[in-house]
Design a protein around this ligand. Structure first.
Ligand code: PEP
Length: 251
């Protein structure tokens, strides 16, 4: 099983700050074992960061789904690969809510990444209104169904799922470990139905939503939580290291 702690810088940092973070992070994790560390950096920095990434897996935060062509402002999965990027987030709730990433668009981005052999960190999660309306599992299932459950077993080694309840992202209001585990167990169950139990066990499911050093250890100790996708607490290497150290498999 892959244990992963991935950062998401969103639209933060300037180039020099990003390079310094990469150097500091590599120093801190020089002896780290048991957990893979990744970071999703702003697109303009990816080509510069790739040779500095060292042991940090370098992710994009988004990708275009069209092949190369007349698509001003877009970039392709092949372009990411040519920069040394290892994969991308797809379907982050901020993109779904603010940038028109529909389920169809998200599915096309998944396919574009897999077509280039890149990792897909597939984000899913319900809003507060959906949770309060008792529809959290339906919503997350529907997102997974159109995004990844349709995929064949041959590409599963490239797939990571990140469950991120929208109401917990950037709000300081973390899901309790019981709430998170309950959804992660449901996700594991749907993956088992789609791909069989063993294959489903090997697809990492990360928790995201106001995860930080003080709550990481409890969240990551849950049976079906294999690590985290971390926004605010990934911005400084010190905070991020605190989260990584909270993983029970980190040594
Ligand atoms: C995220 O953006 O994926 C996220 C989990 O953010 P935060 O940790 O800041 O809630």
């Amino acid at each position: 099983m892959r244990n992963i702690v991935a950062g998401n810088w969103k639209c933060h940092k300037l180039m020099n700050e990003a390079s310094a973070w990469m150097a500091d992070m590599n120093d801190m994790m020089a002896n780290l074992q048991g957990v893979e560390v990744m970071v999703a950096a702003p697109a303009p920095y990816l080509g510069v960061l790739a040779p500095l990434a060292g042991r940090v897996g370098l992710l994009a935060q988004n990708v275009g789904s069209n092949p190369a062509g007349a698509h001003t402002g877009e970039f392709t999965a092949a372009m990411l690969k040519s920069c040394g990027v290892t994969g991308s987030l797809v379907g982050h709730s901020e993109r779904r809510a603010r940038f028109g990433d529909t389920e169809e668009a998200v599915a096309a981005k998944v396919d574009a990444l897999l077509g280039e052999g890149l990792d897909v960190i597939f984000c899913c999660g319900e809003t507060l209104q959906e949770r309060q309306g008792g529809r959290a599992e339906d919503v997350v299932f529907r997102q997974l169904e159109s995004g990844v459950l349709r995929l064949g077993a041959d590409v599963l080694s490239k797939v990571v799922v990140a469950y991120e309840p929208v109401w917990a992202i950037g709000t300081g209001q973390t899901a309790t470990s019981a709430q998170a585990q309950e959804m992660h167990a449901a996700i594991r169950g749907w993956m088992s139905q789609a791909w069989g139990e063993e294959a489903a066990r090997n697809v990492p499911v990360l928790y995201g939503g106001s995860c930080k050093a003080s709550n990481a250890s409890e969240l990551f100790s849950q049976r079906d939580i294999n690590g985290g996708l971390i926004g605010g607490a990934s911005l400084t290497p010190q905070d991020f290291w605190g989260v990584i150290e909270g993983h029970p498999s980190a040594h």
